[in-house]
Design a protein around this ligand. Structure first.
Ligand SMILES: NC(=O)C1=CN([C@@H]2O[C@H](COP(=O)(O)OP(=O)(O)OC[C@H]3O[C@@H](n4cnc5c(N)ncnc54)[C@H](OP(=O)(O)O)[C@@H]3O)[C@@H](O)[C@H]2O)C=CC1
Ligand SMILES: O=C(O)C1=N[C@H](C(=O)O)C[C@H](O)C1
Length: 326
């Protein structure tokens, strides 16, 4: 019986639990966070024609530092400044040869203005926290600095409005991993072409991330929106969010070395009469695909700004469609 009638946020009847970790759930084999040297050489050569300053906001966090490292590996100039939610942190973070100085909220407007004076073609990449999405975006828009918003959550409608009103350039996406972006693009295409094809189907969604993740998966929300266009019924209250390392290890099957950094997603659809079911999964260990994708996003946005492209607000599907993801 595949129908899931679990109460909200319990795991007792989840497909992950019912099957156990080895039956039908293929956790990815562990991969090294660093891409192989040949890949890096190719990537550096490819970005050689495009070099510009990049400021990564959120370098005290895991994605921020990963993106900063990927940017320097790709030959971009890392601006030695990043912001924190904490005042008077008096901290620097070393990324390659660069000492990135961390500033608190009260300094951010002055510091960012000085950065823009010194590096007029700077692109900002934001990996901070859901509750800073809107205030950070407002600041980037106020100062007219193009930005990639990798941070999820916040008020997404307001985020788009801020960019639209300011006519700033921005690339906004809850998902930077090339293959997951391709899956999302496929979902959007199916939803566009066959609205209602899954009319009446029940949708169940489980997502597992490292315990420190504050919000619900932004990627899951985007995929759910597609299933809803297809006619599936989903109650956001019933989303199963797994943040407990024990459950991740023993039930979900996350490799132990990736408990601190993983994103596993499972979507299960059942027909109204229970006779048909579908299941989709995307399971990522580590953060390298997001870091590389974020640099692709920054390069893409930089080129759009330089060519004064009229579109101004982009997402990762635009980057993928233009063949700009490595
Ligand atoms: N688009 C994508 O593909 C991906 C998106 N994400 C998203 O990126 C975000 C960050 O994830 P992750 O790096 O794992 O989280 P972390 O908690 O590791 O890092 C976030 C950092 O943001 C800093 N921060 C919080 N508020 C502010 C602020 N107002 N200004 C500046 N810095 C701030 C915190 O540092 P401090 O305490 O010093 O303020 C913290 O170190 C999340 O929203 C996550 O969902 C993650 C992976 C992929
Ligand atoms: O916080 C994370 O880790 C991730 N966040 C993004 C999201 O919320 O969709 C992307 C991915 O799931 C990793």
């Amino acid at each position: 019986m595949l129908s899931l009638r679990a109460p909200p946020r319990t795991l007792s009847a989840s497909p992950w639990r019912r099957r156990g970790r080895l039956d039908g759930f293929a956790a990815p084999r562990c991969v090294s966070a660093a891409p192989p040297a040949t890949t890096l050489e190719t990537a550096t050569a490819r970005s050689a024609g495009v070099s510009f300053p990049i400021l990564v906001n959120g370098c005290t966090g895991k994605m921020g530092v990963s993106v900063a490292e990927a940017a320097t590996s790709r030959g971009l100039h890392l601006v030695p400044v990043s912001f924190s939610s904490r005042e008077n942190l008096d901290k620097t973070i070393q990324v390659g040869d660069t000492d990135v100085e961390i500033y608190g909220p009260s300094a951010r407007e002055d510091v960012l203005s000085s950065v823009i004076d010194e590096y007029p073609d700077v692109v900002v990449v934001d990996y901070t926290a859901p509750d800073s999405v809107n205030s950070n975006a407002e600041l980037y828009c106020k100062l007219g600095v193009p930005f990639v918003m990798g941070t999820t959550g916040g008020d997404q409608q307001l985020l788009y409005k801020s960019v639209q009103d300011s006519e700033n350039y921005a690339l906004i996406s809850p998902q930077m991993g090339k293959q997951v972006v391709a899956f999302l693009a496929a979902m959007e295409t199916i939803a566009e072409q066959f609205p209602g094809a899954f009319s009446g189907y029940r949708l169940e969604v489980l997502e597992s991330h490292q315990a420190g993740k504050l919000d619900t998966s932004g990627t899951a929300k985007a995929v759910i929106a597609c299933f809803e266009k297809l006619g599936a019924v989903f109650d956001m209250e019933r989303m199963v969010k797994i943040r407990d390392p024990e459950q991740q290890l023993y039930m979900v099957g996350v490799p132990e070395e990736h408990i601190e950094g993983h994103a596993f997603h499972l979507y299960h659809l059942t027909s109204p009469d229970d006779s048909v079911s579908f299941e989709f999964q995307h399971n990522v260990c580590g953060r390298s695909i997001y870091a590389e994708g974020s640099v692709d996003a920054a390069v893409f946005l930089y080129k759009k700004v330089q060519s004064m492209d009229p579109k101004r607000i982009y997402n990762m599907i635009d980057v993928l469609q233009e063949g700009d993801m490595r």
